[in-house]
Design a protein around this ligand. Structure first.
Ligand code: CA
Length: 247
């Protein structure tokens, strides 16, 4: 399928679904893993390795479906499925540390192609950038300063530590809006995972999904995406037009 490049009709659909009267972007709420850094392959591998060692039957690819959830929520989900009981707080902490350790053994991941250009365009247009990640991995969050110089101010970051409900709950994106001091119709959310799209869409942001992994674009539309792009490069190409389009 071709990317939906019809900005006007995407905005019309957004106004219809939200009931807002306009879209006036001044903040961008941006997911990290799979959106800014090309880390999902190693995350799924680290999750699969840790859970398999624990005796939990699972497939590496199923972890793409949990992308956006906090580590604690993912651990709880799998423990409940395998052992029929909730995960303890100790397990949530220790197993997430184990998984993070495995991730850090793998090669350093690259940024997603086009992500740097996307962030540069936002900066050039004076759009406030807020990081909205379900991650709590310090190594990935810290590298943003190198990979996107000036792109993500430290005071404008929502991580797993900032919220009581992770994606797909709208809380992470609602808190991101609060940090930006922006209303939902002033926010563009940029996501790569269905649960993240659901969170952003429910929070009322104009939600852009970029398919950077194996998840089909239909899953993004189903969760409430307002536009879907086949790559970050394709989104970056269209972004200036989206930002210049007043409604
Ligand atoms: Ca993601």
């Amino acid at each position: 399928m071709q990317p939906d490049t019809d900005i006007i009709s995407a905005i019309e659909r957004y106004l219809w679904r939200t009931g807002y009267s306009r879209l006036s972007p001044r903040a961008a709420l941006i997911d990290m893993d799979g959106t800014l850094i090309d880390s999902m392959k190693w995350h799924t591998r680290a999750w699969h390795r840790m859970m398999t060692e624990l005796g939990v039957e699972c497939s590496p690819d199923e972890f793409y479906l949990y992308e956006g959830m906090t580590g604690a929520a993912t651990i709880d989900l799998l423990i409940r499925r395998a052992f029929g009981r909730p995960a303890t707080e100790k397990e949530k902490t220790e197993l997430y540390e184990l998984k993070t350790g495995y991730f850090n053994e793998y090669p350093r991941v690259a940024t997603v192609a086009g992500a740097r250009r996307m962030v540069d365009i936002l900066m050039a247009h004076g759009i406030t950038r807020v990081l909205v990640t379900g991650s709590g991995q310090p190594s990935n969050i810290a590298r943003l300063d190198n990979d996107f110089p000036g792109g993500f101010p430290h005071e404008l970051r929502i991580t797993s530590h900032s919220v009581s409900h992770g994606k797909p709950h709208p809380e992470p994106y609602l808190k991101g809006m609060e940090l930006a001091g922006a209303k939902p119709w002033e926010c563009i959310a940029i996501e790569n995972a269905p649960l993240g799209v659901e969170s952003a869409s429910r929070a009322g942001a104009f939600t852009v999904a970029v398919t950077t992994g194996p998840i089909p674009e239909e899953a993004m539309w189903e969760k409430g995406a307002d536009m879907v792009f086949p790559s970050m490069e394709a989104f970056a190409d269209l972004l200036p037009e989206l930002l210049d389009k007043p409604t």
